[in-house]
Write a protein that binds this ligand. Structure first.
Ligand code: NAP
Length: 227
């Protein structure tokens, strides 16, 4: 597939490497194509780099757009391009927090009445928006086999995009679990933040996942959850 990833950081860079090595045509939108991080991505993947002045071109060629930006950057990167994003699948991996030292301290910036996933749908109303990958640390996206149970990645959003996104998530070695509509991002974003709390504030580090464990692995709950 043609996948455009917004943000070449820990999440964006990891996803670019993994999907490019599976043969997908991956492009990455970065702020500076010439900085060391960008050049490293060029050297270690087949990903093509675009900068922010080339967003329309990057979106134009993509079937799936993965949002791996800090939440503070999302509106300005999507809203002006709402028309170009019509009919495209957006996989929104953000958690609506401040990145950096204050991320644990300040908590989720939105949550009770809306969510980052719902806001993304508002920024690009005609896009097919799926929330996902926000509950899994990038280290597990890179190396899922360190977890003895297959790591689950909760997804929610527009049904039309769920098969494509589930397939991409499965390719990473994660188990997609559909929990509903984009409104359910109000539930999965706190799960992402709970993971961050355990990882940083409780000093667990990143080598764990939050997985549902079902009593009867071949029973009805398992079928409903798809895991
Ligand atoms: N870290 C995790 O394990 C994890 C897991 C799940 C979800 N998430 C979510 O995924 C998102 C990315 O997290 P991350 O850990 O990958 O952060 P990160 O390592 O800080 O990467 C963010 C990237 O976005 C780039 N960026 C920032 N503003 C930009 C702009 N205006 N235009 C283009 N690129 C821009 C940054 O570029 P520069 O290098 O130029 O600053 C950086 O490469 C966040 O919303 C986070 O909550 C993170």
């Amino acid at each position: 597939m043609n996948i455009c990833i917004l943000g070449g950081g820990r999440v964006g860079g990891t996803l670019a490497k993994r999907w490019a090595s599976n043969g997908h045509a991956v492009s990455l939108v970065v702020r500076d194509k010439k900085n060391a991080k960008s050049l490293e991505l060029v050297n270690t993947t087949t990903a093509i780099l675009f900068d922010n002045s080339e967003l329309a071109k990057a979106f134009g060629e993509a079937e799936v757009i993965v949002n791996a930006l800090p939440w503070s950057e999302v509106e300005k990167m999507l809203k002006p391009f709402a028309e170009s994003l019509a009919g495209k699948i957006i996989l929104d991996a953000t958690n609506p927090i401040k990145l950096g030292a204050d991320e644990v301290k300040d908590g989720l910036l939105i949550g009770h009445t809306t969510s980052a996933g719902e806001q993304v749908k508002e920024f690009a109303p005609q896009a097919i928006v799926i929330k996902g990958l926000n509950t899994v640390g990038w280290e597990i996206m890179e190396n899922p086999e360190i977890i003895p149970h297959q790591p689950v990645a909760f997804i929610c959003g527009d049904d039309a995009g769920k098969t494509v996104v589930s397939n991409l998530i499965s390719e990473l070695g994660l188990k997609p679990c559909d929990v509903g509509s984009i409104k359910e991002a109000r539930l999965t974003e706190p799960v992402g933040f709970f993971w961050i709390h355990l990882c940083f504030a409780r000093q667990w580090g990143p080598e764990f996942v939050i997985n549902p464990i079902i009593a009867n692995p071949s029973g009805p709950i398992s079928e409903l959850a798809g895991i």
